[in-house]
Write a protein that binds this ligand. Structure first.
Ligand code: BEZ
Length: 210
């Protein structure tokens, strides 16, 4: 069965390049990003892992743990990581699951047999501190992911977890936000005493709460 937003992220125990990971226990109170790679020693994945390693401080700042997966062994990952450090300029600084038995790939439906019956697609799951799935994206194997977009969505998720707001198209951290549709004007007055701008009665804008 596919994993839907709001579902509990399936728990698992897996061997990784940083030792055995019990997923839920490893997440602790953090947010998490679990992302799959079709195969080791492939060019697009090499650039993706190098980029995520470079921006890992951005995930750390947001209290987000990152974990990758590929359907090869940990031994293979270790050899590949030497190439990634050499070609991308940053060593991989987060665990990579050795999913040679496809246990985690199957659990998360990362193999789409009509696309390819042995490699994973490029899945991304963002998991909240409550272990619920907050975001799921699937990219084709031939397209490298935009990890700045993943950070942008995490900023939105973390903001909307705290405040009764939503974020508009192409929103970036610090820009104006939208009052959630379920919030009445009466409640909005209590929540946002600084006021807001009404464009339509269903479209109310205010500066991002801090
Ligand atoms: C890649 O990472 O370059 C790749 C992997 C599988 C299929 C196509 C591209």
């Amino acid at each position: 069965m596919s994993i839907r937003l709001g579902d509990t992220a399936p728990d698992f125990v897996a061997e990784t390049t940083q030792g055995t990971v019990n997923f839920h226990e490893w997440l602790g109170d953090s947010w998490g990003v679990l992302f799959s790679h079709p195969k080791d020693f492939t060019p697009v994945c090499t650039t993706e892992l190098g980029y995520v390693a470079k921006i890992k401080p951005e995930f750390d700042k947001r209290n987000v743990k990152v974990i990758g997966l590929s359907v090869d062994s940990v031994e293979s990952h270790n050899k590949w990581e030497a190439d990634i450090a050499e070609t991308q300029g940053t060593p991989v600084n987060f665990p990579m699951i050795g999913d040679h038995d496809r246990k985690v790939s199957d659990l998360y439906n990362m193999i789409h047999p009509n696309a390819n019956d042995t490699l994973t697609v490029r899945s991304v799951f963002v998991v909240g501190p409550d272990k619920k799935v907050k975001l799921s994206i699937t990219y084709p194997a031939s397209t490298g992911r935009n990890f700045d977009e993943i950070l942008r969505v995490i900023d939105s998720l973390q903001l909307t977890a705290k405040h009764k707001v939503a974020t508009p198209a192409n929103w970036q951290n610090g820009q104006d936000v939208i009052i959630g549709g379920a919030v009445s004007d009466e409640d909005a007055k209590k929540l946002f005493p600084q006021g807001w701008k009404t464009i339509k009665n269903y479209l109310r804008i205010l500066p991002q709460p801090r």
